[in-house]
Design a protein around this ligand. Sequence first.
Ligand code: DC
Length: 218
Amino acid sequence: MGRIIAIDGPSGAGKSTISRLLSQKLGFMYIDTGAMYRTAALLALEAGIDLSDGEKVAALCESLSFSFRVEGDTVFVTCNGRDVTRAIRTHEMGMHASDVSKDPRVRAVLTELQRELGRKHDAILEGRDIGTVVFPQATYKFYLDASVEERARRRHKELTTKGENVSLEEVEEAIRKRDYNDSTRQVAPLKPAEDAIIIDTTGKDIPTVIQEILGYIK
Ligand code: DC
């Protein structure tokens, strides 16, 4: 197995930008596990599958194959040869992803795909349960956090820059709901691994957080 860096934490904590930059700096493969849950939700919706039908969503996940490619500041996500990068990055798909991710059957299939991807390379995996469940033996584990208000502001800026028409209040409300869903679910809830290094990114810019993380990586 290659070296694994786990980056976990709630939405808007800065995981994606930090993971992408670290992968570019260190030459590690970047695996965005949230994108996999988002894609599962997208494809299930397109296939007319009820998102609460875990058995069907899990069966669909069995047929999926993912690849990630970082180009500049974009992470391109391809699933079964289709570029889903834009389609999965909506506010709505984030909520749907949180819903499908509750089901243990769906998690089991995607967790296995994540392990297969991570086993082949030095990799940075970003998600909610990487350090606790997917790769508990990861070389480094980081848990990024920030205040709800700051995470909502960041996510709102990101969505409106992409042209989505959504208010800051709606985003904050959705983040609170997702935090609740993700941290109270029965299987692999969002929580720091016991041996994770916890970094509060509130009020810190990206270069500061990158430096802090690089300070731990030998
Ligand atoms: O990181 P994100 O916003 O793209 O994640 C979307 C949802 O997917 C998140 O609300 C919970 C779920 N998720 C998960 O359960 N486990 C992961 N490792 C990654 C994401």
